[in-house]
Design a protein around this ligand. Structure first.
Ligand SMILES: Nc1ncnc2c1ncn2[C@@H]1O[C@H](COP(=O)(O)OP(=O)(O)OP(=O)(O)O)[C@@H](O)[C@H]1O
Length: 261
């Protein structure tokens, strides 16, 4: 279970960042990336944060994953307060982010073993899990090659396998299909569905409508750091009177922008 209540995150802008804002009047010392965001992700569901670039999806996922400290609000992961016990939260999550840098001099197998050790997974169990993950994501023929020699897609799959090596109950994936071809992307979404069916609590971010529509049991539409709408695909269609998620999203966007799209 993930419980987010009244989450707020603002970034203090550097002089350089401030200088990049052309309108002097609009210059503020802080950027509010997320404001008053509340939602719950239940076990056995895939929850999607859907929003355009800069909406605040990554910031939200980083606050849940304890990589960022919220400015305000509360995050509970499996009932554990993320601010009070970040190590315990980290032990119970798989976190995938686009800027995760795996050491290019290591092989996928070394890397999985390293992270398994870090999470204190018993050696035999770690080898077993590595085999299963490598097989599923077609990494096996590349498991002894240097990560730096692998394709982008293969690196992304290794990062996914690494994040899951300790088989945690909560999965937090930031744009999990980013940069993947259609076949690999399907493998990843099928795997997430399998984890969901095992009862894991899953949250992803995406700006891709079809990913949200086909994968997520519940969707939170995030615009300018705030929750603009939430519910199942069916309920978002009903709320907006639209026939597909694409149109529903634009209707929500239009309403948020005072009727201007
Ligand atoms: N370190 C930072 N300092 C200042 N502003 C930041 C910082 N990180 C993010 N922001 C700003 O906060 C807002 C939310 O960013 P965030 O990365 O969470 O959005 P996102 O929905 O994940 O978008 P994307 O899909 O582009 O990653 C954006 O306006 C972004 O420019």
């Amino acid at each position: 279970m993930i419980e987010v209540s009244g989450l707020k995150k603002s970034y203090k802008l550097s002089k350089r960042q401030l200088a990049m804002i052309a309108d002097r009047q609009a210059r503020q010392k802080v950027k509010i990336a997320v404001s008053d965001l509340s939602f719950t992700v239940r076990p056995g569901t895939i929850f999607g944060l859907l929003g355009p670039n800069g909406a605040g999806k990554t910031t939200t996922l980083r606050c849940i994953s304890t990589l960022l400290k919220p400015t305000d609000g509360k995050v509970l992961v499996m009932g554990i307060d993320a601010e009070e016990s970040p190590e315990k939260v980290r032990a119970s999550i798989a976190f995938l982010t686009n800027d995760l840098k795996l050491d290019k001099h290591f092989t996928p197998l070394d890397t999985l073993r390293f992270f398994a050790d870090l999470h204190r997974v018993p050696k035999a169990l770690a080898e077993e899990r590595a085999d299963v993950l490598f097989e599923y994501f077609d990494i096996t023929p590349f498991k002894d090659k240097k990560i730096g020699e692998l394709s982008q897609g293969m690196m992304q799959k290794v990062a996914i396998a690494v994040s899951l090596i300790h088989d945690p109950p909560v999965v937090i994936f930031d744009e999990p299909t980013n940069g993947l071809d259609i076949i690999t992307a399907r493998k990843v979404t099928d795997y997430l569905k399998m984890l969901r069916d095992q009862g894991k609590t899953i949250i992803i971010s995406t700006h891709i409508m079809t990913v949200a529509e086909k994968l997520c049991d519940e969707i939170a539409v995030i615009l300018n750091g705030s929750l603009a709408a939430a519910g199942t695909v069916a309920s978002l269609l009903e709320q907006t009177g639209q026939k597909d998620l694409d149109d529903a999203f634009f209707e929500i966007y239009r309403a948020e922008n005072g009727g201007v799209s």
